[in-house]
Design a protein around this ligand. Sequence first.
Ligand code: TRP
Ligand code: ZN
Length: 883
Amino acid sequence: MLETKPSKAPPTIYLKNYQAPDYYIETIDLHFELGEKHTTVHSRLALSRHSKADSPSLVLNGEELELLSIKQDGQVLSKKNYYQDSESLTLLQVPDCFTLEIETRIYPQDNTTLSGLYTSSGNFCTQCEAEGFRRITYFLDRPDVMARYTTTIVADEKKYPILLSNGNLIAQGKWDTGRHFAKWQDPFPKPSYLFALVASDLARIEDEFITLSGRKIQLHMYVQPHNQDQCDHAMASLKRAMAWDEQVYGREYDLDIYMIVAVDDFNMGAMENKGLNIFNSKYVLAKPETATDTDYENIEAVIAHEYFHNWSGNRVTCRDWFQLSLKEGFTVFRDQQFSADQGSSAVKRIQVVNHLRSYQFREDAGPMAHPIRPESYVEINNFYTLTIYEKGAEVVRMLYRLLGTEGFRKGTDLYFKRHDGQAVTTDDFVQALEDANNTDFSQFRLWYSQAGTPELRISRIYDPEMSTYTLKVKQTCPPTPEQPHKAPFHIPLAIGLLDAEGRDLPLRLAGEAEAITGTRVLELRQAEETFVFQDIPCKPVPSLLRGFSAPVKLYLGLSNEEYCFLLVHDKDHFNRWEAGQQLAIKILLGLVEDHQQGKPLILDPAFTNTIEKILAGDESDQAFVAQILTLPSEHYLAEFMTVIDPEAAYKARRFLQRGLAEALHSTFTTTYESLAGTSPYHSSPEEIGRRKLRNICLEYLMTLDGPDIKSRCLQQFNESDNMTDVIAALSSLADTESSERKIALQAFYNQWKNDSLVMDKWLSLQALSRRQDTLTIVKKLTQHPAFKLTNPNKVRALIGAFCQGNPVRFHDPSGEGYRFLRDYILKLDPLNPQIAARLASTFNLWRRYDQNRQIIMKEQLEHIVNSPRISKDVYEITTKALG
Ligand code: TRP
Ligand code: ZN
């Protein structure tokens, strides 16, 4: 075995060491000469010292820059006045107030990291969050340095007719050399991470929005000319988001123009640069033939998310990167509220919680566990996590629940007013909510500083003589890498108690004068608490943690009958669904055990009957019924296994699916046939629900593997006018060994081979197939022209999907999947460390598997750590995993 060799460890950055900058930069004038070989950047900074002189020097951030010249107050600086290393430029002797001119040369065409200035499909674009600006020019590249930007872009007019940056266009012109220029000015001071530049020959789609106060805003979307017909949905979503933020948060847009540019090569979903959002084209482009309902929903959510950042992120920004959840948690919460308002709020909540529990809970239980305000990091790009985003949103949601709609709005109004134009902390956010409501969140703040998923253990006693019902609640939180002990959290626990008819009982605690009807919120504050409800006439069925009122694990131990009862009767839609999920988990864990002990698997008829009742019932929200029918994922099931057994999890889930399909064969068939749609396609919530329910019926029927259903599935594939139904059919077929599979995959390829986003789906569904030979197929696909290692969407669609979405095949006991992943991490790291590190985190839970798998995964991690020149990004993830 290899010994971990002492490599030079990159430094850890600590929140406790935060210091305000010595200098502020009031204005920055940027001048870009874009070229085919290289680009020159000239920057003129107005700097002023704001702290007492500690040292006469100034350190600017800068990476991968060729320094051409420096002038201080117009004087060229000689080499003895400064020095450079690979990450900074130090000016040895600077006055309190001066201008600095710096010229650098960069190579955007060779930039595969997709951070800083780079080219994508021949167009220039930037990505500066978190620390990409320092790859463009030397600067104080930190969010608490806010400057006014003026940007001049000079480029070849033919190749790059469109020249964009933040703010307003203040000048443009052309020269007879074939070059032209545009000058942009952003009136709002902003941190460097919000800077953006685009030079392209994209097509422009125009629309406008009239704000509440009557201002007319130009809305411009830039996409490749052949995609012009795919912007309607994104544009409509943007206008809805703008109106929603005015109505719900009183937030109006502040510039006269709002631009969105779609690019094919992008590390994340999208970026909220001031007035000039840059998007992964996946979150802009949609038409019914090529985008699924999920794509439509995601586009709406991401468009809204980036728009909402204009207030929660840009007008009020983060003091430092430890405060990332200040903008991300809050903005995710806002986009979730927005999406919930557009369609079925119950289904939206279910999807959010599903995602959180399947992925954020694992992060919180692994080597990368961190509070939503971390104490330290090595590479900030590794902290754009599910914890910062999704758990951060849950924390804001709890504040919302504790304050109520009005109180929360008072709080956010004060927050925006008090901190407009500032770079602030999560503490400032909580403080504003407290001040506006005259309340105390000191204990609640622990949600910002303590990592890990709290656990609630609840016991219940009914006393028929006293007519009381007692809930005893114990809260604990498991130790995480840096925090062995935790103090109790302040937790809102929303509950209802159901009588025998399924109605909510009025709830009165001892000492209260009046009962509360409907859901009520208990506020937990101690490690152990007891709540005694009065006048409870008969033994109720408890419905606890309604709406998932806190990001915790609940251990209540209901009986199967109680779960079935809630599944049918609970007023709270989330908890109806949840009862079904928890019952399914119970059943699946039983099946896992039977599988492991070589016992035959048997199906519980009570579950089947309840599912049948729901299918036959009068629930009008078909998307909700489809959610109920969706069994817990293998990932979520793994949460409940002490030693994760991917094979058993898959087998158990598959068995339960098949069992239901057999027992309810005719119900599924009639439901499927009765829900057939009519052209043309609509993306209304009702239609999305119909397709969802119909396609889940198909998925069940396809587990039965009969020839008739396969040809019915192929028929759906051939005859559908929309990608949702096509993909539903094709992914079911991709799982089979049939001839239909080959036919359909080939036909799909022939039809869509020139549409890169559709090809991502083609790659993904093959990578997600549970067939035995999937890894062989995935390896072949890495050589296919549809795959490209430098494009993150392709990497996620093929390698990400296989390693993170196909546990039974990735965790094959041979270790082939592990070695495959290791190879790709090492291939990608020199090209794009951010994406390589994301892939590397797939190994984070290696300790949760059996010994054989542990050994092989550990070997891969050690191999990576011992490879020469690995990035900070991959270094941090792998060393923490080995920990
Ligand atoms: N602020 C972006 C968002 O949440 C996130 C983002 C986009 C990002 N691109 C990035 C983060 C690159 C790190 C690196 O909307
Ligand atoms: Zn964001």
